[in-house]
Design a protein around this ligand. Structure first.
Ligand code: 0WK
Ligand code: BGC
Length: 886
């Protein structure tokens, strides 16, 4: 039956955690906005106020930041006037504020800013740590004008009324949270806590992304289960006894808090009373006694019940208690009363165990652990009052959740300590948040910033297209001689080279009636080659071609070759392209200013490879546009966001200053990677970008690319992490030698770390591989840094594309433009949310353009073959003479 109860509690918990079912849930699973536990660096003076059942406790705590080893504490207890619990809410908070004033006056506290943490043991809906509205009173409290109100605000205004303007309520927490933190003090962090006193409740550190009612998506968040209401929907009807029904009917909130009424000390005495009443009615007890007293509510106090079940004194206490009620119990009566008390208290303990087991199993499952080892803070009158309760709780929990090893840690000091810790952690996190925001602020671009980048890109495009102005433009707008997109009639078999991306590929592409057939092989080009001599590079390419032809029995054939060469080239014809500069870590000597087709031919000669017939050289953006254009004729833009970044699009011939002719369109390779090389983007660059750029072999070049592409994102993140370590905001400021190694933080780590739902444990594992000992908080911060850098990259890309589609729309005099972008590149394809962020911002910046993104399958190889096919057809409709360069 307890296993069943555990199962039902698990279901109720999931219902409370899920955004869809939260509203109907009885076990509300309320986010507390406590996402961290003390790390020992907390320091300062702070105040704690606890509202308890019969008193208010005020505490002054001084933390020294020495690992909380020796905190200084003073406290005072103020008894609460009996009627205040049912009076006006204002009166209650005025009373609490007066306690604070008297306490501070009593310790002649300094007038400096004093943060206050308030322990308020009732179910509250938090929207922040310092903003929470009361959902419902319980445990006999029913003050008016409080439910639905922000408790922090009510207390703060009462405190201000006492002219304690230096006292600032910074945190409100449930007593279970205070207990969890208090029990964490002894160096044994607790992630679960139970309170079984006048009322009952529990809390635990849940995976934030499972707490759907809270916006937090990463890290952990403490959830107050409010399990007191478990069963209010009838799920416990099969274990409720007639005695429980009586207790409920007589309570101030019938039908509510059914679980609380089975386990908390406010009701156990009543359950026993109703059992005794029933048995007395059946003449099974107190024969000959007037049992009318048993009809009096609350005659049996929890203290008595606990003393009655004491092994030693129990029987004597039973007699004392029953005689005090005017009953004349027999020895047997006393024995039976003891048994009944034991049964009621044991049931409470086993039900708590079922609830606790549900929490532990949930944590074990949600963290995908084989075994969960956890400390559980327990603050309970029952627990303190009777070891048997603790023993049953411990052993039954172990039986119901065998995959979990739970150590129960009794809270010796109630919640005061914990509340101080929560307040101190809240202050530490707030201070850290402020500092982190300062570090990341330069990377967070506003809509206005992005509109400005869009306008600058448009301006640079115009300069690049202009015959006279091209030389000063950072965006070189290179004519490609491709004047149309495929029309499906292309046919033939082609050899294709694809150089410039992550992988160098040799492909065999056959364009046939029934579609395109491809075979390809990836070849590694070591850095010694990419940064060696041009001869060595092109010799290496020829060796790869020869290896490919051998493997595909092509040594006897001379196939037309399409060359995807993904670097800035001045195209002098479809098969003639002069390299303007290397990018993406390439620097092979003797190539810039050379026709790359020529360089390839010369290498072929050196390698006695006679069979090369290069018919087309295309940029990977062009190849990608063509590949996708084969599927979707509306594809008139090519975008690459991979190792590097670039875009091409179909421009009106009359706007292409460098090429004669007014009719038709020509594809322009924008080479937008160099956008900003003329300084027009300097106010966007951050110190981190400057650090990244300085360490590249083409410093000062490809500035836009270095803000966006996969070759640099990891480096940007690495430098930000180093800055955060230096400011002791990360890894506790511990030196991280590995983090000083260039390229150690690869861009693929960003994609992994930003993957939705990736448990923080996995983020930690990635950081561990870099010998970075990360706390959960560190992992959350590293994820935020990755998200900030990749979001900026996606938004800058969107600003660039917005300039392109808006120009095309204006070119065509359209109110609305519908166009497809063929896209490729590892970053765009593999990053979990880059494409979505790009498209979102593009829709915002270019609302009059409907842009469809078509991911290129099989890369730009197909595109190169399509261009080669047209070149082979000898149709020169594409070839307009290039005006001689200025
Ligand atoms: C695959 C294309 C290739 C292009 C590459 C870019 O076939 O032409 O250069 O995408 O993406 P990257 O490999 O740099 O991530
Ligand atoms: C090159 C472009 C290429 C882009 C994407 C840039 O570094 O300059 O030609 O299209 O990378 O690969």
């Amino acid at each position: 039956m307890l296993q069943v109860v555990k199962g039902r509690m698990l279901q109720a918990m999931h219902k409370g955690l899920s955004r869809q079912t939260h509203a109907q849930a009885n076990v509300r699973m309320l986010p507390t906005y406590i996402c961290s536990t003390p790390d020992g660096t907390e320091k300062g003076d702070l105040l704690v106020v606890e509202l308890c059942q019969s008193h208010v406790r005020t505490m002054w705590v001084t933390l020294l930041g020495d690992g909380n080893q020796s905190p200084q504490v003073m406290y005072k207890i103020f008894s609460m006037p009996g009627d205040i619990m049912q009076g006006k809410g204002e009166a209650l908070f005025d009373f609490i504020a007066q306690c604070v004033r008297q306490f501070l006056a009593g310790i002649s506290s300094p007038q400096h800013h004093l943060p206050l943490g308030f322990v308020f043991p009732f179910s509250c809906r938090h929207t922040r740590l310092d903003k929470a509205e009361l959902i419902s009173w319980s445990k006999g409290f029913s003050c008016s004008d409080v439910e639905g109100k922000d408790i922090v605000q009510l207390l703060q205004s009462a405190i201000n009324k006492q002219e304690l303007y230096h006292v600032d309520v910074v945190a409100l927490m449930n007593d279970t949270v205070g207990t969890m933190m208090t029990c964490s003090m002894a160096g044994k962090p607790c992630e679960v806590a139970l309170v079984v006193g006048t009322g009952t409740n529990s809390c635990f550190m849940a995976m934030a992304q499972q707490v759907e009612m809270a916006e937090e998506t990463s890290g952990q968040m403490c959830v107050s289960t409010e399990w007191g209401c478990f069963g209010d929907d009838g799920t416990l009807s099969d274990i409720l006894t007639p005695y429980d029904q009586c207790v409920d009917e007589e309570s101030s909130n019938p039908g509510e808090k059914r679980f609380e009424k089975l386990v908390s000390s406010l009701y156990l005495g009543e359950i026993v009373r109703h059992v005794l009443t029933a048995l007395a009615a059946e003449k099974a007890l107190f024969i000959g006694s007037n049992v009318a007293v048993l009809r009096t509510k609350d005659v049996l106090k929890i203290q008595q019940v606990l003393e009655i079940i004491d092994n030693e004194e129990g029987m004597a206490e039973a007699r004392r208690a029953l005689e005090a009620l005017g009953l004349r119990p027999s020895e047997r009566d006393c024995c039976r009363v003891q048994q009944i008390c034991q049964a009621v208290v044991s049931r409470a303990a086993t039900l708590c165990a079922a609830g606790l087991a549900a929490i532990l199993s949930h944590m074990c499952q949600s963290q995908e652990l084989k075994q969960l080892v956890v400390n559980v803070g327990v603050d309970s009158e029952l627990y303190r009052g009777h070891t048997r309760f603790g023993e049953i709780l411990q052993s039954v929990t172990g039986l119901l959740a065998p995959e979990c090893m739970a150590t129960l840690l009794p809270s010796i000091d109630g919640t005061g300590w914990g509340a101080a810790m929560v307040t101190a952690v809240a202050l530490r996190l707030a201070a850290q948040r402020h500092e982190v925001d300062q570090v990341l602020a330069p990377l967070r671009l506003s809509r206005a910033d992005l509109q400005r980048v869009q306008a600058l890109m448009r301006q640079e495009m115009e300069l690049g297209l202009g015959w006279e102005s091209n030389a000063n433009a950072s965006v070189r707008m290179l004519p490609t001689y491709v004047c149309g997109t495929p029309n499906g009639t292309e046919r033939g078999e082609f050899l294709v080279l694809d150089l410039g991306g992550t992988n160098f590929r040799v492909l065999l592409v056959r364009l046939a009636e029934d579609g395109i057939h491809m075979a390809s092989k990836i070849y590694v080009i070591p850095t010694t080659i990419t940064q060696g001599s041009g001869e060595a590079l092109f010799d290496h390419i020829i060796e790869c071609i020869m290896d490919f032809q051998l493997k595909h029995n092509l040594t006897e054939q001379v196939l037309p070759l399409g060359f995807t060469f993904s670097f800035p080239c001045q195209q002098l014809g479809l098969d003639k392209a002069v390299l303007l500069s290397w990018t993406k870590g390439f620097s092979a000597s003797g190539c810039v200013g050379q026709d790359v087709v020529q360089l390839l031919q010369e290498a072929a000669q050196r390698k006695q490879h006679l069979g090369l017939k290069v018919v087309a050289v295309v940029n990977d953006t062009v190849g990608t546009m063509m590949s996708c254009g084969y599927e979707d004729p509306k594809c008139e833009i090519g975008l690459i966001v991979g190792t590097g970044t670039n875009a091409c699009y179909m421009e009106e011939m009359q706007n292409v200053g460098a090429v004669e002719g007014e009719q038709g369109r020509m594809c322009i390779n924008m080479e937008w990677g160099a956008f900003g090389d003329n300084g027009c983007l300097d106010d966007i660059f951050t110190d981190f970008d400057r650090l990244v750029d300085e360490k590249t072999i083409n410093a000062g070049k490809q500035r836009f690319e270095k803000l966006i592409s996969g070759m640099y994102l990891g480096e940007i993140v690495r430098h930000i992490l180093l800055a955060l370590v230096e400011k002791r905001l990360l890894f506790r400021g511990k030196p991280c030698p590995k983090l000083h190694i260039k390229g150690i933080f690869q861009t693929k780590f960003l994609s992994a770390i930003e993957t939705d739902g990736l448990a923080l444990r996995q983020v930690r594992a990635i950081l561990q591989d870099l010998e970075l000992q990360a706390s959960l908080e560190d992992s959350v911060l590293v994820r935020e840094v990755c998200q900030t850098a990749s979001l900026r990259a996606a938004q800058l890309c969107a600003a660039g594309l917005a300039a392109v589609v808006e120009k095309m729309r204006k070119n065509r005099g359209l109110a609305q433009l519908a166009v497809t972008v063929g896209v490729d590149g590892t970053l765009y394809k593999m990053h979990p949310c880059f494409s979505q962020h790009l498209q979102q911002m593009l829709r915002d910046l270019a609302p009059n353009c409907t842009v469809t993104f078509l991911q290129s399958e099989d890369g730009s190889g197909k595109g190169a073959a399509l261009v080669a096919a047209v070149a082979c057809r000898g149709a020169e409709p594409w070839g307009q003479p290039l005006l001689p360069p200025q």
